[in-house]
Design a protein around this ligand. Structure first.
Ligand code: MN
Ligand code: MN
Length: 471
């Protein structure tokens, strides 16, 4: 027989807020869905390791679900129609037209598909001490020491002098060569090890090793470099000058995979923010005919401040909305501003989960934990909420009530202790347009490292949250 609850226990249940692992809250059937969803997600991570590849892969998926290229359309759109717009193959926007006119407001989810990495400099190739090397300039916030002594791949595009574009992916196939940034042996690292961690490896020391064999001709000065140029030219039709007009990204040559004996976690490069981007994209691809138009924005350049015409500070989103107003009725600037004023958005980006090895940086009553569900973050920012979006309680209430109603396990999460540091997302730039925005995403361990960790149940809850919100 079950023991009878005391008055205090009953009152405690009624009044107190306690969190529980999402794993304990889901059924066996839902657990199976969690694992299935995440195995699809892992194959996505392995196909889409850069912003361009993510845009390509998600467009391919969207087309298979009936989304049409907005730029190839002519004529009007009707409720239930599905379109996508690619902004320079780096940012994509997906929309499902709703029954209500767009000036009544839309529901949107926005994530980003760029991740921290090493970009090749414009004139990267050089030879020193019998080695062929490439100069890099890192992109986004990295801990430089994490990028040494590990296998790296090169992805990107080269625009040749005749205007043709060459796609490059080297280091992903098991038969491909890989590259690396070398590090100093401990035996000779006395001086290096005395330095601050931020100075032990400098930006200019992140050079990529790509070869060692000289071209056999004593009349040539840089023989290793020439031999590399010869191979690159034979394989890809590229000359040294073509690097000047290239975008080549150096990223970890490691595969995303299950982590843990219980396989409860996903490890992989670029989960910030492809984890939310994938969950949001899959959610909108499942929409049929919503009441309000649903939009999913997957942006570039978040890691360097959302700048440029593919970043969220640009007017690309606003312009797309204007286009949608026109093709679902008749354009007017007033309709666009009314749409923005009455729209709601989830800024789908990752947060930091409590890491017991480094829990001193977190304030545990307000931090996110692995496995406790999708993380809702009222404000990001740093040093007194500086530059935070700080969502309104009214909107926060609306979102959290929806999550409860749909049985979606969620938690709150503030990024670290007050005055410990901080960060930002795209939330503020969309709120600037007049929309209600709140951050809602997956908490990670080792964020921005070459191998980031997410809990499978959190990924699945994020997907369910985005789907419920868009509906
Ligand atoms: Mn992010
Ligand atoms: Mn980030």
């Amino acid at each position: 027989m079950e023991e009878k609850k005391t008055e205090g226990q009953k009152l405690n249940e009624l009044l107190s807020y306690e969190t529980k692992s999402a794993w304990e809250k889901i059924s066996e059937a839902e657990k199976e869905q969690v694992f299935n969803f995440c195995s699809q997600y892992i194959s996505f991570l392995n196909k889409a390791k850069t912003e361009r590849e993510s845009a390509d892969e998600l467009i391919r998926l969207a087309e298979s679900k009936g989304f049409k290229n907005f730029e190839a359309l002519n004529g009007k759109l009707n409720p239930g129609d599905k379109v996508y717009l690619s902004n320079r193959s780096k940012t994509i926007m997906l929309a499902v037209i709703g029954e209500e006119p767009i000036d009544k407001g839309i529901n949107a989810v926005g994530a980003h598909i760029d991740s921290p990495r090493l970009d090749l400099k414009q004139n990267p190739l050089y030879e020193d001490s019998g080695l062929g090397l490439l100069k890099t300039h890192y992109y986004g916030g990295i801990k430089k020491y994490q990028w040494t002594a590990m296998p790296l791949a090169i992805h990107g595009v080269v625009i040749k002098q005749d205007g043709t574009k060459v796609n490059i992916v080297i280091g992903e196939d098991d038969s491909d060569p890989v590259f690396c940034v070398t590090d100093l042996l401990p035996h000779l690292a006395n001086e290096q090890m005395q330095k601050k961690m931020s100075e032990g490896i400098t930006g200019e020391s992140l050079n990529i090793l790509i070869g060692n064999e000289p071209y056999k001709d004593d009349k040539v000065k840089e023989k290793v470099k020439l031999n590399l140029l010869k191979i690159i030219n034979e394989k890809h039709g590229i000359k040294e000058k073509d690097f000047l007009t290239a975008e080549l990204e150096v990223i970890p040559a490691i595969k995303a995979r299950d982590v843990g004996i219980d396989r409860s976690l996903v490890g992989g490069y670029g989960q910030d923010d492809r984890v939310c981007a994938y969950a949001a994209a899959i959610a909108i691809m499942e929409m049929e005919k919503p009441k309000k138009t649903a939009i999913c924005v997957l942006a570039d350049k978040e890691e360097i401040g959302s700048v440029g015409n593919t970043g969220m500070k640009s007017r690309a989103f606003e312009n797309f909305l204007a286009e949608l107003v026109e093709v679902t009725g008749e354009y007017s600037a007033l309709k666009v501003s009314r749409a923005l004023r009455s729209s709601r958005m989830l800024s789908a980006d990752v947060n930091a989960a409590v890491d017991p090895t480094y829990d001193g940086v977190m304030e545990k009553r307000n931090a996110a934990f692995m496995g406790k569900g999708v993380c809702v973050t009222k404000y990001t920012g740093a040093g007194g909420k500086y530059q935070a979006n700080d969502a309104h309680a009214e909107f926060l209430g609306e979102v959290c009530q929806l999550l409860d109603k749909e049985n979606i396990v969620w938690q709150i999460g503030e990024l670290g202790k007050v005055d410990q540091g901080g960060g930002g997302t795209i939330a503020g730039y969309l709120a600037n347009l007049g929309m209600d925005v709140v951050d809602c995403g997956v908490a990670l361990l080792s964020m921005h490292a070459p191998f980031e960790i997410a809990s499978k149940v959190d990924i699945y809850m994020a997907y369910r949250a985005y789907l419920a919100f868009l509906k």
